[in-house]
Ligand binder design. Structure first.
Ligand code: ZN
Length: 72
């Protein structure tokens, strides 16, 4: 998102240094982006990354399914 006051990254504030903290380079709170979908309850889920094999990935997916849908 281009912002006229942005001094970094050619005005592309979405890549500014404070964006991780939900602020842009002028310390202005961000709207949208991370809060996209506000209004819906958060799932608390976020992308995690770690190095695993395809086989481990397969098993983790099954395990995750069980976690989310426990057998009754
Ligand atoms: Zn910026």
């Amino acid at each position: 998102m281009k912002k006229p006051y942005c001094t970094q990254n050619n005005g592309d504030c979405s890549t500014c240094s404070l964006v991780n903290y939900n602020r842009d380079c002028q310390n202005v709170p961000l709207w949208g982006g991370i809060r996209e979908g506000a209004g819906r309850p958060s799932t608390g889920r976020k992308r995690q990354s770690f190095y695993i094999t395809d086989e481990e990935n397969e098993q983790l997916r099954k395990y995750l399914e069980e976690l989310r849908n426990p057998a009754k």
